[in-house]
Ligand binder design. Structure first.
Ligand code: 13P
Length: 252
């Protein structure tokens, strides 16, 4: 039985005070039951203070991006070892906003995945198609290419300590959610692709859904066989909205 993971990707939002208020609200309100885990991914500048507020809770800390390089002359970049140092357990790699706006290719994403694991972090590998790609009937092909870049670079065993997030680009921040059956189809495809390499590993892999997930649509999505949690943007910025999704996971 896979545990649910409900992850908040705060993106580039909030102040120090907002971050502290948000995480305190989440810590106070998180349902204390087994079978699910919460994760928050604040901006880099607030990782340390949020880490302090998470002490003693079962809520994990993650970052939104990481350098593919270990250290050195990479102005403005943050190394995986630094994220580990500040208390991160997870890091998001390959978010579609970074693929589209920062020109991250699948090869760069694969290098970041490897750098994260080398430092002992769990990468959350984001994959997903644009609306144009979906309408052209190439959803599975696009996702296969994104997955395969990491499979070739890291090997199937690397997915033992990784999470995959399916985030259809057309559903991110748009209020349009993939329907449960529509998302399930892609999740099942992802698991199947990895199962072709190692079935027992694919069975254990957590595959999260991301894209306008909210308290009202979470129960339907989380009821699907291959959806093991969510990667939440907008609804992770208010404690009550995030906790509504956590409650759906806790009850699923
Ligand atoms: P929204 O929940 O705002 O659609 O964002 C999803 C996302 O991009 C999480 O990484």
């Amino acid at each position: 039985m896979r545990e649910f993971l409900v992850a908040g990707n705060w993106k580039m939002n909030g102040s120090a005070a907002d971050s502290e208020a948000l995480v305190s609200g989440i810590v106070e309100g998180a349902p204390a039951v087994a079978g699910y885990r919460l994760l928050v991914c604040p901006p880099f500048t607030y990782l340390a203070s949020v880490a302090g507020l998470l002490t003693g809770s079962n809520i994990a800390l993650g970052a939104q991006n990481v350098s593919q390089f270990e250290s050195g002359a990479h102005t403005g970049e943050i190394a995986a070892s630094m994220l580990k140092d500040v208390g991160c357990e997870y890091v998001i790699v390959g978010h579609s906003e970074r693929r589209a706006m920062s020109g991250e290719s699948s090869d760069i994403v694969a290098a970041k995945f490897l750098a994260a694991q080398a430092a002992g972090l769990i990468p959350i590998l984001c994959v997903g198609e644009t609306l144009q790609e979906r309408e052209a009937g190439t959803t599975e092909k696009v996702i296969d290419e994104q997955l395969d870049a990491v499979l070739v670079a890291a090997g199937i065993d690397a997915f033992e300590s990784a999470v995959v997030a399916y985030e259809p680009v057309w559903a991110i921040g748009t209020g349009k959610t993939a329907g449960p059956a529509q998302a399930q189809d892609v999740h099942q495809h992802i698991r199947g692709r990895l199962a072709a390499h190692k079935p027992e590993l694919a069975e254990k892999l957590q595959i999260l859904y991301g894209g306008s997930m909210k308290g009202d649509n979470a129960p339907g999505l989380l009821s699907m066989a291959d959806i093991d949690g969510g990667l939440i943007g907008g609804a992770s910025l208010k404690a009550n909205d995030f906790l509504a999704i956590a409650a759906a996971a806790a009850q699923s």
